[in-house]
Design a protein around this ligand. Sequence first.
Ligand code: ADP
Ligand code: MG
Length: 589
Amino acid sequence: MGIAETSESLKARAETAPETLTDGFHLLIDALKVNDITTIYNVPGIPITDLGRYAQAQGMRVISFRHEQHAGYAASVAGFLTKKPGVCMTVSAPGFLNGLTAMANATTNCWPMILISGSSEREIVDLAQGDYEEMDQLAIARPFCKAAYRLNHVEDIGIAIARAIRSAVSGRPGGVYLDIPGAVLGQIMDAQEGSKSLVKVIDPAPRQSPASDAVARAIEVMKGAERPLIVLGKGAAYDQSDDLVRELVEKTGYPFLPMSMAKGLLPDVHPQCASAARSMVLKDSDVVIMVGARINWLLSHGKGKQWGEPGGKRFVQIDISAEEMDSNVEIAAPLVGDVGSCAKALLDAMEGEGIAPPTDWLDAVHTKAEANMAKMANRLRNNNNPMDYHAALGVLKDAITERPDTILVNEGANTLDLARSIVNVHKPRHRIDVGTWGVMGIGMGAAIAAAIETGKQVLAVEGDSAFGFCGMEVETICRYKLPVCVVVFNNNGIYRGDGENWGGGEDPSTTVFVPDARYDKMMEAFGGDGAWVTTPDELRQAVTAALDSGKPTLINAAIDPAAGKESGNIGNLNPQSIVAQARYPQVHK
Ligand code: ADP
Ligand code: MG
């Protein structure tokens, strides 16, 4: 009996002994649960509405969002925080497409995530006969993920979920798409056979050690270093080998530079942290050890002025993905493996090799960092009216220092660039931001996932534009009573709030918003707390109250509309043309 049983006899059993049967809905839930996946991020609708209800009935946590993109961002951030794939569930065609942006972003960031979308009748879709929400979702998903699968039979659910999990977390993690035609959810089969069809993935992301000759090569490069540097990336944060990374940094004695989401892997206030001397260490170092960080646009591709003399550097790179090596510059010593195993191998091989940074290099880095921090400290204490970014961020820096367990979420342009360098992070995986793409609108999904997955207090520091992409999810925050405090840096617009219509017409400039918009009322509309603050003192009071209460809160912080820079720190990425410059004297001022 079981799989081979005819549908006629199954139907008969459904009438007389339904408890001996199971269905696609329940097998899917069981397949996730057997793999310790206990949370789903979703937006209900046809054909997955009941799937969410049943999952909740079966003891899973199901977090319903207002838009699939944010459910997807939440799932991907859950993946980053937990090393287990975050699961996002959506309806067909439009819901699927809304979730696709988040899955593509997960793949780009190397975060494990599974997008499960219901789809319409296969036979009708494949003949393009105009079904309800007709779309060939599997084909569309493929270029945006590590792997895409469709299951067509109820008895394949167990193996399909296993395959999706392993694809998402093994090797370089990424997004996986799983297409579930609605009809499969309603298929029934014998309950015992169903239970046997489940697969628990054993060792989903096997550890991978580098070969000993590769380690020896890296040690040789390190021995020749006069001005060494370690760059930590979010791959290192993801790996959760926090103690080994710390040991590597401290035993080598090398200065380290955290990429933005690796901040806190070692505390930003660690004596070897070189963040405040970033330009100097990138330019002057001679050996750079990349640890779970790609040499991409965020590091000027390892070339150009920022990196000093051409050819003046030798790189050691630790990465789980072999094809990452030499992506932009020659890697003198590639170490392919997981961060923990590679760090351990280096630590073992370093014994007795006398690896330590020359003290004059350490002193020089230290002196530079101290000087830059002193300069910054003064700016943070200003009392300018209207309030500027530095004064507001000085307050938030103190708030995080007093409560280092708080998870910081951060997006925007100037709000992002300045918070990244001003607000220290003290613990691993306590900063979530716009990632590799610099995506806007990840903030509320990230805040919700951080609160759900860790149970910790979250502080989301949002530019007003970035917040606009995901603001409706404050209802989700209120509905689930999450300890999230959102601070909107309200400068009345994108980059700056003082833009003008260059044609002189009635319409506002393309980059400005309604001035003094009361975003705080949005949180109040759903039962949370709101505050409108215009001075650093008011901001300090409001943030302290919010973090103490743990209540959903939105603090609307008025920032000088004239304080921002066009495109923040990456204005250089705007295309330029001499024609435009001649026509508009204001261009890219
Ligand atoms: P950042 O933006 O912080 O510099 P990136 O996203 O550019 O970080 O780089 C992360 C890198 O980490 C990717 O190349 C990815 O292959 C790698 N990676 C992900 N997980 C692991 C792991 N467990 N061990 C080693 N490398 C990893
Ligand atoms: Mg703004």
